[in-house]
Design a protein around this ligand. Structure first.
Ligand code: HEM
Length: 435
């Protein structure tokens, strides 16, 4: 297609409303409304950037941007805010540097490599459940939002630092990373507190290096990783950016998924009963393999991530011009793909608003939902921690269900807070009940 032909093409429709998607609390509500009016592609003028953004909710076009023509796209709006926290870690880096880092990090997240963390995941969740059981005995409620945030933080920290985490906590007089779980704002004040964490991390790196200490954890793996082409290891700054990236990317998303999961399960007693029955059928003692073999647990997780995808907005920026759905995309335009919209698209999902985990049980579900189900995105920049996250969530659900039921006693309705992650608008309180 020549430039004149491209220019003659009509632009996608869109509302007169102008706003920076992701910057306002009502962004998601507006996207849902405009999707209902305009469908698979619509245009929103972004006053902050002075350009149009295109909201794309067609699986073929999502595939085009994320996979087929991914080289024409960098990360888009919102990435600068993430950069303040994560420097040039793989969540934000681009081009050759990103490729190099990704190749160095990815092998540590393969199924075989992360198996070593499964026992630790069980231990952390068992400690949480022991606390919840005390609350159950004394009739005290639990703040599930806060507690799942803390347990997923502890899991990723122990995966990164293993025993050095305890040593660090006893030197400093507490877990210095707790601020990440306790502080929900991701503003400049948080960024300053977060940056303070670099020092203790560097101290651990230096101590390991000077004493030649190797531990079975992600930090040692990252320290020993080599660029295949040059044989070089990561510089300290690069190493620390990657560690900070794993801490943030590796805990908020899983926590938000689990928080929504308990709410959805508490609202669907028939599913809770089936979950219990499936967990009760596991013969004692439970093993990691038996936990991970429970299909229903996996389907409940899949369905929760469908209705409430923590990464509710994927943003990409076009380097050169492109064409999507017959519409011209100018260089520099932002493409917004919202898994939230795709996951509830009425053309692809039956009764999309309903919580029906069994939809994932069909033999062809994986193929059928390939590009309309993107909780971990797709293509070269898909979530590196997907297998880790799914295992951690499955283990959490089984350890809890085996011991307890969680009755929701908090406020209704539960609103959504679409920030970097899709969170509940308020913390969720539950009464744990012994089984
Ligand atoms: C339910 C849990 C999780 C969800 C829903 C999730 C979702 C996502 C999504 C949507 C992206 C892509 C963002 C984009 O392309 O704009 C992503 C990237 C990433 N995730 Fe996850 N994630 C989860 C858990 C984890 C965990 C546990 C880790 C690490 C232990 C992790 C590490 C990363 C990293 C490093 C990236 C950047 C990859 C790259 O750009 O090369 N995530 N994740």
């Amino acid at each position: 297609m020549n430039p004149q032909e491209k220019q003659a093409m009509p632009l996608p429709p869109g509302p007169p409303d102008q706003f920076d998607v992701g910057d306002t609390d009502d962004s998601l509500v507006k996207l849902v409304t405009y999707f209902e009016s305009y469908g698979d592609i619509f245009r929103i003028y972004s006053p902050g950037r002075g350009t149009d953004s295109y909201v794309v909710s067609h699986p073929d076009w999502a595939k085009h941007v994320l996979v087929t023509n991914h080289r024409n796209y960098t990360k888009g709006v919102g990435i600068n805010r993430v950069k303040v926290l994560l420097g040039n870690g793989i969540m934000v880096s681009e081009g050759d540097f990103w490729r190099r880092q990704r190749l160095m990090i990815q092998p540590f997240f393969h199924k075989r490599a992360i198996r070593r963390f499964y026992e630790m995941m069980i231990e952390c969740n068992q400690a949480l459940v022991d606390r919840w059981m005390e609350n159950a005995s004394s009739g005290k409620p639990v703040d599930v939002t806060e507690d799942v945030s803390e347990v997923t933080l502890e899991i990723i920290l122990r995966a990164i630092f293993s025993e050095d985490l305890n040593a660090l906590a006893s030197t400093i007089g507490g877990n210095p990373f707790l601020v990440v779980a306790k502080e929900s704002a991701r503003d400049l004040r948080f960024a300053a507190q977060f940056r303070n964490l670099k020092k203790p991390i560097l101290a651990i790196v230096e101590q390991r290096r000077s004493k030649g200490i190797q531990r079975p954890d992600l930090l040692s793996m990252l320290m020993s990783a080599r660029d295949k082409r040059t044989g070089e290891s990561m510089q300290d700054k690069e190493l620390i950016d990657e560690v900070m990236t794993l801490i943030v990317a590796g805990h908020e998303t899983s926590a938000s998924g689990l928080n929504w999961l308990w709410y959805m399960v508490s609202r669907h007693p028939e599913i809770e009963l089936k979950l219990r029955a499936a967990v009760d059928r596991l013969s004692a003692p439970m093993t990691v393999d038996s936990i991970l073999s429970l299909d229903l647990v996996r389907h409940v997780i899949d369905e929760t991530l469908r209705l409430y995808p923590p990464g509710w907005l994927i943003t990409r920026r076009a380097i050169g011009g492109d064409v999507l759905g017959g519409f011209p995309i100018a260089p520099g335009s932002d493409i917004l793909i919202s898994p939230y919209l795709l996951h509830r698209h009425p053309r692809y999902w039956q009764q999309p608003e309903q919580f029906r985990p069994q939809r994932f049980a069909a033999a062809d579900a994986k193929e059928r939902y390939r590009f309309v189900y993107l909780p971990f995105v797709a293509g070269p920049r898909h979530c590196v921690g997907e297998t880790f996250a799914l295992a951690e969530m499955q283990i959490h659900v089984v350890v809890v269900i085996r011991n307890l039921a969680l009755r929701y006693i908090g406020k209704e309705p539960v609103g959504m807070e679409p920030r970097v992650n899709l969170r509940t608008a308020h913390n969720l309180m539950f009464q744990p009940v012994l089984r």
